[in-house]
Design a binder for this molecule. Structure first.
Ligand SMILES: [Fe+2]
Length: 192
């Protein structure tokens, strides 16, 4: 379920809009300069697929997007639950990477092929949380302040698109704003 929740940036507990209606989510984001598209998701066991096979599933659309957007590099970010302490430590470390407000020098384009993750965008005086699920292609414009939460128990596979090798590097604002807003599990409920 793709979920959108909008809050004032100075009042995290005040919900201005919350909707899981796909068309509404797409419209509200478009009005703010953010693109969300839905791509079909073949009924594959994504955690069992290696990266090359997963990319192959979406090859046509990935190639078309690269040609249209000027993105040159594609990779896959993924984490699937394992019942070990080592995995939990790795997951916590991965989660912390982009959990605080930052921006990038290029558009952040992600296609969720499996699972879910939450982008929270700081747009003007609004904070716009988008819980993405399998089938969602989200394009966050370059320079947009945002953070990303993969949750307490990450389970997702996302195709990432870059213009440059270091396109994923974040410029952190140092603002502690993300701590005041709901995290993924709080906003969308625990593990789906
Ligand atoms: Fe980011």
């Amino acid at each position: 379920m793709t979920l959108l929740q909008i809050m004032p940036d100075d009042a995290p507990q005040r919900v201005l809009l919350r909707t899981d209606d796909d068309d509404r989510v797409i419209r509200e984001l478009a009005a703010r300069g953010v693109t969300l598209e839905r791509w079909p998701v073949p009924g594959a066991d994504v955690p069992a697929l290696d990266d090359a096979s997963l990319l192959e599933l979406h090859r046509d659309r990935v190639d078309r997007l690269c040609a249209a957007s000027g993105m040159k590099l594609v990779d896959i970010a993924r984490l699937h639950p394992e019942a070990t302490d080592a995995w939990r430590r790795r997951a916590q470390q991965a989660r912390r990477t982009f959990l605080e407000e930052h921006r990038h020098g290029e558009d952040e384009i992600r296609f969720f092929a499996h699972g879910r993750g939450m982008f929270t965008l700081h747009l003007g005086d609004e904070v716009v949380a988008v819980v993405c699920e399998a089938g969602d292609l989200l394009s966050v414009p370059a320079g947009t302040r945002h953070w990303f939460d993969m949750g307490e128990r990450p389970d997702f596979a996302a195709i990432r698109f870059f213009q440059e090798e270091d396109g994923w590097v974040g410029d952190f604002t140092g603002e502690p704003i993300a701590d005041r807003f709901p995290r993924l599990d709080e906003l969308a409920g625990g593990t789906p």
